[in-house]
Design a protein around this ligand. Structure first.
Ligand code: SF4
Length: 355
């Protein structure tokens, strides 16, 4: 796809004009030059809406105001502060990167794009955001917002979910970038995608780019961006049994290879369909000698992740003696308060056990 310098300039200048005159989206990390704060905000905002991420950003900056403070923080404390944001691999990678910068870069964030990109958990989007916002380097951010705006504006028929399509969009995004003011341009395109050229019902009627926009002129905004693959969603059923004995709860730390690595959970029975008390009783039949009274159903919840829909069935069982279950520990309620749990579990623990 050929993009003339004149066309790119027209696009980027109109976008910057909108940014300076009409962009009222105010967030605490906007306009910041400190690479630590930019990085932190970008990591929090991956897969998370700005309003949901905002209190986490404020909390992290308060607790750990610079990269060295974060690098020195205990692992469990950082995970606990992250609790509720989901996608915990972000938190794990963030800690690895903080520690690399503290030890290998003397606590100073690297200023070269290639060095930033080489850090754990930093992809091309975050590297471009840090490089442009903190160091004024000419690197264009490319994410869902950018795919949408550029595909609509230029009428790009290529799929955004193929390797070839991604390469093409990266090239187009670089061609459209305002070279002299990459920071303002990147901020503008992020905010424009979040407030004007939104997925459903974009604000075309008052859009400053409307004159040159292919999708608007042809009344096909809903046809862009183009995707080739259909998302496959897996449905899972998690029966969680909170086993309690003398004020202690049995907990297991989740391992790599599945969701919620390093977070804690009670005894899990994963099943192909809904889990009820009868099913739990059969599963625990070998421990019948320690079951005291009935298996109490606490609640049923649902959580939608990008590729998985999870149904939770929570149960509480009081035991007369601790069960000899491997790969877990019996912990007091006080100790529980220091651990990190997946969001859905934390709610149940908080409501039923920690009060
Ligand atoms: S005219 Fe509509 S589709 Fe085109 S860039 Fe503006 S908001 Fe997006």
């Amino acid at each position: 796809m050929e993009i003339t310098t004149v066309a790119a300039k027209r696009f980027s200048e109109k976008l910057l004009e909108w940014h300076h005159q009409h962009n009222t989206r105010s967030l605490p990390w906007k306009g910041v030059k400190d690479p630590y704060k930019i990085w932190l905000s970008e990591v929090i905002l991956q897969q998370t809406r700005a309003m949901q991420g905002l209190p986490y950003y404020v909390l992290f900056i308060e607790k750990w105001p610079d990269i060295n403070a974060l690098a020195a923080a205990p692992h469990e404390e950082v995970f606990r502060a992250w609790q509720g944001l989901g996608y915990y691999s972000r938190c794990k990678n963030m800690l690895v990167t903080a520690r690399i910068i503290a030890t290998q870069y003397g606590g100073v964030f690297p200023a070269q794009y290639a060095h930033i990109l080489a850090l754990k958990g930093i992809g091309a989007y975050t590297a471009s955001a840090i490089a442009s916002f903190a160091f004024g380097l000419p690197h264009a951010v490319v994410d869902g917002n950018v795919y949408r705006i550029l595909s609509r504006y230029l009428g790009i028929p290529d799929s955004i979910d193929t390797t070839q399509g991604k390469k093409l969009f990266a090239t187009v995004a670089t061609a459209m970038l305002h070279q002299e003011d990459s920071a303002a341009y990147n901020q503008a395109i992020m905010d424009f995608g979040a407030t004007v050229c939104i997925p459903a019902k974009p604000g075309c009627s008052s859009c400053p780019l409307q004159e040159g926009c292919y999708a608007f002129r042809n009344n096909v905004t809903n046809s862009f961006p183009v995707r080739s693959k259909k998302l496959t969603i897996k449905t899972r059923h998690f029966g969680y049994v909170i086993l309690e004995c003398n004020g202690e709860i049995w907990l297991h730390k989740r391992e790599a290879g599945d969701i919620w690595e390093n977070l804690h959970e009670p005894y899990l029975i994963e099943h192909t369909g809904p889990v009820d008390a009868e099913f739990v009783k059969n599963e625990l039949a070998q421990y019948q000698y320690a079951l005291n009274g009935h298996i109490q159903h606490i609640s049923t919840e649902k959580q939608r992740l990008t590729h998985q829909h999870i149904h939770f069935y929570f149960f509480h069982v009081r035991l007369t003696q601790k069960l000899p279950i491997a790969h877990g520990n019996w912990l007091s309620k006080k100790q529980l308060g220091k651990l990190a749990f997946p969001k859905s579990l934390f709610k149940v623990f908080d409501l039923h056990l920690l009060r």
